[in-house]
Ligand binder design. Structure first.
Ligand SMILES: NC(=O)c1ccc[n+]([C@@H]2O[C@H](COP(=O)([O-])OP(=O)(O)OC[C@H]3O[C@@H](n4cnc5c(N)ncnc54)[C@H](OP(=O)(O)O)[C@@H]3O)[C@@H](O)[C@H]2O)c1
Length: 305
């Protein structure tokens, strides 16, 4: 995305000098790397935004303002995918309110979940998601943590057939669900799976992600930083010089580029509730991505800490 001086000044007004420099760099750089959703061929940026925890308990206008700035920045820099859930407290309502205020719904890919037992309860929860997100179409709804999967998949397929949602999926972030999750991936026809995968949590990359890939499913990665665990692991450490070979300028980019360079991964949704994280994390969707040898080097590095 190329900006002229005036557009640049208008876009960046009110932000700090380092953020401005970072943002200018990303705005001038190549567009975000995209990957295709196998079931449709639609391309989506490899980095999205997760709304667990930080979007869950909005208490006042000041807190909402910080998230508004974050989502505005995300959209301005080319981000599209926002992942939420009706179980994330105020998150869906926050997204709905802000996207309506900023008038940015059309450019976004909204993903949420159904997370309750029972057919009727599931339908009610999904209808509430449409209301909270203030939209007539949700891009992706996934069954959360395999809760009543068969029942909800039927509802979701009906909604897809009616054109109210575009994609259907399932999620987990618990290793003790992997066996059941894998069986579900083998059995069901799905557009997406969502699973936890990180540089220090690589199990899903061995079997489930390749299996989903073979079955023609897109893979959205949750907990890409292990809920911040990876940042703690490298606290006080310098990014290795060789990280520059794949255009990593920060630890966040190091961790995210590892994930999205897995050939079966379509996108990752890091939790992002601060404006300064947006250009940093979206920077992982630009420049060179690690090849197999570099991925091994990254793994050895983190294993050695
Ligand atoms: N089963 C499921 O369906 C499931 C389960 C878990 C998560 N999810 C989805 O996955 C998303 C991601 O998970 P998560 O948010 O829990 O964990 P995460 O993305 O692994 O880590 C978030 C943490 O990383 C920090 N962070 C983000 N960007 C940073 C940057 N550029 N530099 C430094 N620190 C940075 C955040 O800092 P702050 O502390 O400052 O905010 C936060 O502590 C969720 O938001 C949700 O959408 C789905």
């Amino acid at each position: 995305m190329a900006l002229n001086r005036r557009e640049f000044a208008a876009t960046v007004f009110g932000t700090s000098a380092s953020l401005l420099a970072h943002r200018f760099a990303i705005a001038q750089a190549a567009p975000l790397i995209t990957k295709k959703i196998p079931s449709s061929g639609e391309g989506i940026p490899v980095i999205g935004l997760g709304t667990a925890r930080r979007y869950e308990t909005m208490k006042n206008a000041e807190e909402l303002g910080l998230l508004r700035d974050t989502l505005r920045e995300f959209k301005t820099l080319g981000g599209t995918i926002i992942d939420s859930s009706p179980t994330y407290g105020t998150a869906e309502a926050v997204i709905g309110t802000i996207t309506e205020e900023l008038k940015i719904r059309d450019g976004l890919f909204l993903a949420t979940k159904v997370s309750i037992s029972g057919r009727e309860a599931g339908i009610n929860q999904i209808e509430q998601s449409f209301k909270s997100l203030k939209t007539s179409r949700i891009d992706l709804i996934a069954v959360h943590n395999l809760r009543d999967t068969t029942v909800h998949l039927k509802t979701l397929r009906d909604l897809k057939a009616a054109g109210r949602i575009r994609y259907v999926g399932i999620t987990t972030s618990f290793e003790n669900q992997y066996k059941n999750f894998e069986e579900t991936v083998r059995r069901e026809t799905l557009d997406f799976i969502q699973i936890d995968y990180a540089l220090d949590n690589r199990n899903a990359g061995e079997r489930i992600i390749p299996l989903a890939n073979d079955r023609g499913m897109a893979v959205m990665v949750n907990l890409p930083f292990g809920r911040g665990r990876l940042f703690h692991a490298v606290q006080g450490k310098q990014l290795p010089d060789w990280a520059a070979e794949v255009d990593c300028k920060t630890w966040a980019q190091f961790f995210l580029k590892y994930i999205v360079s897995h050939e079966g991964v379509t996108c990752a949704v890091p939790g992002m509730a601060q404006v300064k994280y947006v250009p940093d994390n979206l920077g992982a969707a630009q420049g060179r991505l690690p090849d197999a040898a570099m991925r091994k080097r990254m793994e050895s590095f983190i294993d050695g800490i």
